[in-house]
Design a protein around this ligand. Structure first.
Ligand code: GDP
Length: 364
């Protein structure tokens, strides 16, 4: 599955947010109760209203959303790259994540200490980014030294790694994160395998006071500007509100959201923003037993999409019966979609689209 690491300075609201994420009704949805893998790792349902609509049409007994993993990575402070706070331990946690949700304190509250002494989310973002850049630089230097030895020993792959590490090093030395480096499609995989902290996509999460949850405040506006410049994602959220909502049932939650002038829970927006940031999309398998959502990367071909369900589906892939989501809804199900000529049989080179309802045929 895909992992999103929640980082930020102390006292910005990370734990509040993480607890809300993992306690909501959605997180504990049928069949997949929230399970604590580790105290700071939570598996969360990706909210998708389409799934319920499909299930209603097909009369599916069970609804199984797709999941995303969130990791609460505490201990990031100024000096972390030099071993301050939890130092290297939490850096390793970030390395294992596919993207970073960076929580920024945008709320005023004199009772809650700000580690840097004042509310300035843009400066806080820079503080954390600097630590991550320093950590990347250090790890690059260490790795280059190791690789130099391997190259002497005749290791060919090492040369490629050296080339990519040096690209990152140049950017970092100019004070730019590794994600600012443009790599070719051929290099994309090896680049990812370097697992540089600053190469991961970033989503800024502005934690605002309750009254600003709907429209943000002047601080979150500054973050929005920064996010646009960097090509990062951004959501405004009130961790306090989300904490309250997470303790309500679905009906109460909806009423509460209405009273706050919110259309949907901030967490739903957060999860979806993370999903988009990672370049993910959803396809569905729909039947009388269950309606289920599956996560794939955009651009995934049908056999690899099938492989998300089971390795054998990919190995023995023959074809995929395919109905686009809108066609399924318009036809009120498979039979209607068929009658309308919207039922397609697709082969190995079919690129799965977001919302496709698929049925795989395979041998083996
Ligand atoms: P972490 O250190 O980043 O994990 O921060 P916590 O989630 O533990 O929050 C630190 C403190 O800030 C706690 O006392 C929270 O209740 C409080 N807090 C979190 N979000 C908000 C908020 O939106 N408004 C206010 N006033 N306090 C908040």
């Amino acid at each position: 599955g895909f992992r999103m690491g929640i980082v930020g300075l102390p006292n910005v609201g990370k734990s509040t947010l993480f607890n809300a994420l993992t306690r909501t009704a959605a997180a504990q949805a049928a069949n997949f109760p929230f399970c604590t893998i580790e105290p700071n790792v939570g598996d969360v349902a990706v909210p998708d209203a389409r799934l319920e609509k499909l299930a209603a049409i097909a009369g599916s007994k069970a609804i199984i959303p797709t999941r995303m993993t969130f990791v609460d990575i505490a201990g990031l402070v100024r000096g972390a790259s030099k071993g301050e706070g939890l130092g290297n331990q939490f850096l390793a946690n970030i390395r294992e994540c596919d993207a970073i949700a960076h929580v920024l304190r945008c709320f005023e509250d004199d009772d809650i200490t700000h580690v840097e002494g004042k509310i300035d989310p843009v400066a806080d973002a820079e503080t954390i980014e600097t630590e991550l850049m320093l950590s990347d630089l250090e790890s690059i230097e260490r790795r280059l030294a190791n690789l130099a030895r391997k190259i002497k020993g005749g290791d060919k792959d090492a040369g490629d790694q050296v080339r990519l590490l040096k690209l990152a090093q140049v950017a970092l030395e100019e004070g730019k994160p590794a994600r600012s480096v443009e790599v070719t499609e051929d290099d994309a995989r090896n680049w990812r395998l370097l697992q540089l902290l600053t190469s991961k996509p970033v989503l800024f999460v502005c934690n605002v006071e309750e009254s600003s949850a709907a429209n943000g405040n002047s601080q979150s506006a500054r973050v929005a500007e920064m996010a646009t410049k960097q090509g990062a994602g951004m959501v405004v959220i009130s961790a306090r509100i989300e904490e309250e909502i997470s303790q309500l049932d679905a009906e109460e939650a909806e009423m509460f959201l209405g009273e706050m002038g919110l259309e949907e829970a901030g967490l739903d927006r957060l999860i979806r923003a993370g999903y988009d940031l990672l370049g993910l999309q959803t396809y569905f398998t729909i039947g009388p037993k269950e309606a289920r959502a599956w996560t794939i990367k955009k651009g995934t071909l049908a056999p690899q999409a099938a492989g998300v369900i089971h390795g054998d589906f990919e190995k023995g892939f023959i074809r995929s019966e395919t109905i686009a989501y809108d066609d399924y809804i318009a036809g009120k199900g498979e039979a209607g979609a068929k009658e309308a000529g919207k039922f397609r049989v697709e082969g190995k080179t079919y690129e799965v689209k977001d919302g496709d309802v698929l049925h795989f045929l395979f041998s083996g």
